[in-house]
Design a binder for this molecule. Structure first.
Ligand SMILES: NC(=O)c1ccc[n+]([C@@H]2O[C@H](COP(=O)([O-])OP(=O)(O)OC[C@H]3O[C@@H](n4cnc5c(N)ncnc54)[C@H](O)[C@@H]3O)[C@@H](O)[C@H]2O)c1
Length: 281
């Protein structure tokens, strides 16, 4: 299958990597030449790591299947395109209007990796909403096997079937399907849990260490909810909480003041070096 990936940041580079590792022909489109270089470096570093760990025999052979550039016209012959640009509705709507004009095959699947923007809003930005579907990968993409498939009310059965086949048969990942509602399955369950832990800390009920240790030792979680929030990024946690709150108006989805103040302060978790814990950078 000829795959296109738009955006080669954290997620796009991971998606391009798993596609190329599965033997697919991949075209990656970034915003400009500088970001193409950054994307290539990210991909190369990740593939070299996989080679060193014995996960793939030859990083260079995988890289050869990926062509990177900054001209969206390179997407013209793609059979499936996954968009992974920034989580901004306006940008995604504009990008899908463009992808719709460029991709030639009338039955091509146009997918978005969005975490929180309704698939419907992206679908109706194109003249073929039946072809538009959410294919939501998890970070880090080469490691986590789950992918959520999210059809909108207008997505065709063929598109949903094609997206599921791509994820399961071609990429060897596990697909679950859900309706086009904020948070999909995983974030709708995970984010209120993380927010509850933040409220517990905020109220002085227990320390961050004790809250996390409780869940690690008492519920066999691989890491506690506050360490997990630091990994996701506190800005991302806040953004997903806001989209859940906007959709359902459920108080448990509202970001607590402590989370908002930490984001205001630039304490974003691992990526900024400090969140609920501090990290060497
Ligand atoms: N980070 C996560 O854990 C995670 C998990 C699942 C889904 N997502 C979703 O994946 C998407 C991407 O997130 P990310 O964390 O990879 O972001 P990121 O900021 O790391 O990457 C976005 C990339 O898109 C590029 N880009 C921006 N405008 C572009 C354009 N017009 N054309 C081509 N490229 C363009 C940027 O240069 C950047 O490299 C978002 O929708 C996000 O919600 C993120």
């Amino acid at each position: 299958m000829r795959v296109g990936v738009v955006g080669c940041g954290l997620m796009g580079s991971g998606i391009a990597e798993v596609c190329a590792r599965a033997g697919l022909d991949v075209v990656v489109v970034e915003a400009d030449a500088q970001r193409v270089d950054a994307g290539r470096e990210r991909l190369t570093a990740s593939l070299r790591r996989a080679e060193t760990r014995g996960k793939i025999p030859d990083a260079a052979a995988v890289l050869e299947r990926i062509s990177l550039g900054h001209d969206p016209a390179a997407l013209a012959d793609r059979e499936l395109v996954v968009e992974a640009i920034a989580e901004n509705e306006q940008l995604k709507v504009e990008m899908f209007a463009l992808i719709d004009k460029i991709v030639e095959a009338p039955d091509a699947i146009l997918a978005t990796n969005t975490s929180s923007i309704p698939i419907m809003k992206i679908g109706v930005a194109t003249a073929r909403p039946a072809n538009v579907v959410g294919i939501h990968f998890f970070n880090p993409v080469p490691v986590l096997s789950l992918v959520e498939i999210v059809p909108s009310l207008l997505t065709s059965k063929e598109t949903t079937r094609g997206a599921t086949d791509f994820v399961q048969r071609l990429l060897g990942k596990h697909a679950i399907t859900c309706q086009d509602r904020a948070g999909f399955v995983v974030n709708a369950l995970l984010i209120p849990f993380v927010l509850s832990a933040i409220r517990m800390l905020e109220s002085g009920f227990a320390t961050a260490e004790d809250i996390d240790e409780g869940l690690v030792r008492g519920a066999a979680h691989p890491q506690g909810p506050l360490a997990l929030a630091d990994l996701i990024g506190l800005d991302t946690t806040q953004a997903v909480a806001l989209s859940l709150y906007e959709e359902f108006k459920e108080p448990l989805f509202a970001p607590p003041p402590l989370l908002n103040r930490m984001v205001d302060a630039g304490l974003l978790g691992r990526k900024s070096g400090r969140g609920f814990y501090t990290y060497d950078r």
